[in-house]
Design a protein. Structure first.
Length: 685
C-alpha cells in the first residue's frame, strides 16, 4: 500500500469485547483468550491477519497468527494465553498478503501448463522489497529465495518452512511493517489470580461458633448459648479445611447498634439480651473499622486471617456500607445521610419491610467526595490487616460510578483483591456491577430447579458474551434466602443442590452450617426466609448430627481441586439423556499451559445428576464424544470419583442409573483406554 493510499481492509466485529471496550474482558492467569474478528478486503487478494497482544508493562507486542474459521463469512480467530496478572491488551492487525496472492496465482498457471517466467520475476521483486529493511538474519534468506526465483526455480512456492527454518512466505510475513497494517480496536483484558474464577465459599456467623451446649433451633434464650468469638472461629478452621473450602466468609463483625435493634425472627422489639442484626453496623464502640467487643479485637481478626492462610483458606469480610442509628458517623457526619423534612434521618425500607435499625448512606449528598474517601479508607483498613476477599452487601443500591472508582482504587494498591457482588436484582444491574469491577456475583441459580431452567441459565453464564464480563458464583442458600424448594426438604434435596452448584460453576458457596445440617425450617407466610434466623439471634449447631452433609462437601471439594476441568465454567457443555429427571454435562480443561504443573488431572469430567430426590432414575446418555475428546471407535473409561468405581463404556450411549439415597449423581473422569497390543507391540484388533 502506498503511503497515504486508502486502506482496503475492513476489520469488524472484534470479540471478545465488553461494551465496545468500555470495560475490560475478564480472564485468570493461564486462561486462554480466543479473539475473533471479521476481516475482508475488496477483490480476491489473500490476507495476512495476526492477533497482537501486549503483557502488562511491556513496550513490545507479540504477534500470534490468526486463521480463517469460516471462509464464507470472513471470520478469523487466534488465541493467546496470558500468564501474568494485570491488564493485558490485544488488537487485530491485517495486511494484504501480496506474496500469498502471487503464490496462489502462480501455482494455478503452473497447474494449467502456462509459462510463469514473468511471474517468477514478479515474486523475486516482492521478496527483494521485503528484504529491504528486514533484519540481516532475515534479509539474507529472502534475497537467496529471490535469486532462486530469478533462476527459474519454483521450490519456494510450496515450501512450508518451520520454526527452525522459516520459509520465504514466513519471512515475508515477518517483514510486514506495523504502520502499514490495518488495525482493529485495542481491547483490555484484566487477568486475575485463579481464585477469582475458582473458589469454594463457606459462610458462618462467628457469634454462633461457641463450642459447648446442645443443638437448638429455638429462639436463643437458653443460658448455655454463649456468644462465640473470632478465636472460636479460628478453632474451627480445621473443620473448614477438612471440608475443602478455600474461602471462609464472615458476615459483618462490627459493633451492632442498640437503637431500634431487631429481635428474633426480625421482631421490631428486642429484649435486653437480644444480639441484633450484624448488618446494623455501628455503636459507641466504633463503626466499620471496629470489631464487636463480644467477638474480640482487630488483633484476633489478624490472627484468624494468618492461621487461615496457613491452611490454604482466605477470610472474606462483609462490606455493608450502611449504618445503625448509633454509628459514630451519624453524629460526626450527619451530612452523609438523607433527612426527612422534620430533620430525622430516613431509615431503610423495602415495603412492606422496614429496617428502622439501618440508615442508608447518601451517595448523592453535596459531601459525596468525603463519604467516598471514608468508605475507601474502610477497605484499606481491612486490607491492611491481611484481608484480600470481600463480599459486598447490596451493591446495587449504591452508584455504579462509586464501585468503579472504589474497586479500581483498591485493586491498584492490591491487584489480588477479590469482590463478590451480593446483588439479587435485575440481570442488567447485576451485569453492570461486574463490568464496574466486581470479580464474582451471586446468581439466580438459587431458584433454578428444573432441567430446562438449569440448562438455560448455566449456558447463559458460561458462554460469551456473558462469560467475558460475569463470573457466576452459585449459592444454594444464603442467610437471607431459604428458597422454596428447600422448605421442609429432605437431605437428598440438599445433596443434589450442592452437587449441581459445585460442578456447574467454578465458584460456589454455601451458608453453613445451616446448609450442611439441612436446616429446612422456613419462617412461614410464604417467605423464603429461615425460622429463627442467625441474622437476629444466636444459634447452636450440632456439627456431629448424622444428617450432616460434611462428607459430601469434603468429597466434592476434593474432586474439584484435583480436576482442572472443574476450575472453569467456560467449557461447560450439556449432553442429551433420555430422561428429563436426569441432567448430564461435561467440562474440559482449557487448552492453555497449566498454571500448576503439579496438578495431575486434565481429563474431561462428566457429571450426571438425578433431579428427583425421592426416587431412582435411569436413562441412556447421548454423549458428544468429540467434546469429550473420545475416539468413538475405541472404548473409554468413566471413573466415578465419588465412589471410586470404574466403568468401561463404548460409544455415545451408555446406560446410567442413580438412586438418591445412595448418591445424587456421578462425577466421572473420562479417559480414552489405550489400544491393546500383542507381544510384538502391534495393536490387537
Amino acid at each position: 500500500m502506498s503511503p497515504g493510499a486508502p486502506n482496503r481492509i475492513v476489520i469488524d466485529a472484534v470479540a471478545p469485547q465488553v461494551d465496545g471496550g468500555r470495560f475490560p474482558v475478564k480472564r485468570v492467569e493461564g486462561e486462554p483468550v480466543t479473539a475473533g474478528a471479521t476481516v475482508f478486503a475488496d477483490g480476491h487478494d489473500a490476507l495476512h491477519v495476526v492477533l497482537s497482544h501486549q503483557p502488562p508493562g511491556a513496550k513490545s507486542w507479540i504477534d500470534v497468527p490468526m486463521h480463517e474459521v469460516n471462509a464464507g463469512l470472513d471470520r478469523w480467530e487466534g488465541t493467546f494465553t496470558p500468564m501474568e496478572r494485570g491488564t493485558h491488551r490485544f488488537k487485530v492487525l491485517a495486511w494484504v498478503d501480496h506474496f500469498a496472492s502471487w503464490v496462489d496465482g502462480t501455482l494455478r498457471k503452473l497447474a494449467a501448463g502456462v509459462s510463469v517466467d514473468s511471474e517468477l520475476l514478479a515474486g523475486a521483486a516482492l521478496l527483494e522489497e521485503a528484504a529491504d529493511g528486514a533484519p540481516r538474519s532475515d534479509a539474507g534468506p529472502l534475497l537467496a529465495a529471490a535469486e532462486r526465483l530469478r533462476a527459474g526455480e519454483t521450490v519456494d512456492l510450496t515450501d512450508p518452512g518451520g520454526t527452525d527454518r522459516p520459509s520465504a512466505q514466513q519471512l515475508y510475513h515477518r517483514s510486514l511493517r506495523r504502520p502499514k497494517a490495518s488495525r482493529g480496536p485495542v481491547v483490555d483484558v484484566l487477568v486475575e489470580r485463579e481464585r477469582a474464577q475458582f473458589s469454594a465459599w463457606y459462610e458462618l456467623f462467628p457469634r454462633s461458633t461457641f463450642v459447648g451446649g446442645g443443638r437448638t433451633t429455638d429462639r436463643a434464650t437458653d443460658d448455655d448459648l454463649t456468644h462465640g468469638t473470632l478465636r472460636d472461629v479460628e478453632a474451627r478452621l480445621d473443620l473448614v479445611a477438612e471440608m475443602g473450602f478455600d474461602i471462609l466468609y464472615l458476615p459483618p463483625i462490627h459493633p451492632i447498634g442498640r437503637s431500634f435493634r431487631k429481635g428474633p425472627n426480625n421482631a421490631e422489639t428486642a429484649g435486653p439480651d437480644d444480639v441484633g442484626s450484624p448488618w446494623a453496623i455501628g455503636a459507641t464502640e466504633g463503626g466499620h473499622t471496629a470489631v464487636h467487643p463480644d467477638l474480640g479485637t482487630v488483633e484476633d481478626l489478624r490472627s484468624l486471617v494468618g492461621s487461615a492462610r496457613e491452611m490454604g483458606i482466605e477470610v472474606a469480610l462483609d462490606l455493608a456500607f450502611q449504618c445503625s442509628p448509633d454509628h459514630p458517623w451519624v453524629t460526626e457526619h450527619p451530612q452523609w445521610f438523607k433527612h426527612r423534612p422534620d430533620g430525622t434521618i430516613q431509615y431503610a425500607e423495602n415495603p412492606p419491610k422496614k429496617y428502622q435499625d439501618i440508615y442508608p448512606l447518601d451517595f448523592e449528598s453535596e459531601h459525596w467526595r468525603d463519604l467516598w474517601e471514608a468508605l475507601l479508607d474502610v477497605g484499606r483498613f481491612w486490607m491492611g490487616h491481611g484481608v484480600r476477599v470481600f463480599r459486598v452487601d447490596n451493591p446495587h443500591t449504591k452508584p455504579f460510578a462509586f464501585w468503579e472508582w472504589f474497586i479500581a482504587e483498591l485493586r491498584a494498591e492490591e491487584p489480588d483483591v477479590i469482590f463478590l457482588s451480593e446483588a439479587f436484582t435485575r440481570p442488567e444491574v447485576m451485569h453492570r456491577l461486574t463490568r464496574c469491577g466486581f470479580t464474582q456475583s451471586y446468581t439466580y441459580f438459587t431458584w433454578r430447579v428444573s432441567k430446562a431452567e438449569l440448562v438455560e441459565y448455566a449456558t447463559e453464564v458460561s458462554t460469551s458474551p456473558g462469560a467475558d464480563r460475569f463470573r457466576a458464583n452459585f449459592w444454594p442458600n444464603t442467610p437471607d434466602i431459604l428458597p422454596w424448594h428447600l422448605h421442609g426438604a429432605r437431605r437428598e434435596v440438599f445433596a443434589l443442590r450442592h452437587l449441581l452448584a459445585a460442578t456447574l460453576s467454578a465458584s460456589y458457596g454455601v451458608y453453613g452450617p445451616a446448609f450442611e445440617l439441612c436446616d429446612n425450617h422456613a419462617a412461614g407466610n410464604g417467605k423464603e426466609e429461615y425460622l429463627d434466623s442467625e441474622k437476629y439471634q444466636l444459634r447452636r449447631w450440632d456439627l456431629d448430627d448424622p444428617i450432616s452433609l460434611r462428607d459430601q462437601l469434603a468429597a466434592v471439594n476434593r474432586i474439584r481441586r484435583s480436576q482442572l476441568a472443574l476450575h472453569t465454567t467456560r467449557t461447560l457443555r450439556f449432553h442429551g439423556i433420555t430422561n428429563d429427571l436426569l441432567i448430564a454435562y461435561s467440562k474440559t480443561a482449557h487448552d492453555g499451559p497449566d498454571p500448576d504443573p503439579a496438578r495431575p488431572h486434565r481429563n474431561p469430567v462428566l457429571t450426571v445428576v438425578n433431579l428427583d430426590p425421592s426416587g431412582s432414575q435411569a436413562g441412556i446418555l447421548e454423549l458428544d464424544l468429540a467434546a469429550l475428546g473420545v475416539d468413538p471407535t475405541r472404548p473409554y473409561s468413566a471413573h466415578d470419583l465419588l465412589t471410586d468405581r470404574y466403568y468401561e463404556w463404548h460409544g455415545p450411549d451408555p446406560y446410567v442409573e442413580l438412586h438418591p439415597s445412595d448418591r445424587p449423581g456421578h462425577v466421572m473422569r473420562i479417559s480414552q483406554l489405550p489400544v491393546p497390543t500383542g507381544p510384538d507391540g502391534e495393536p490387537v484388533a
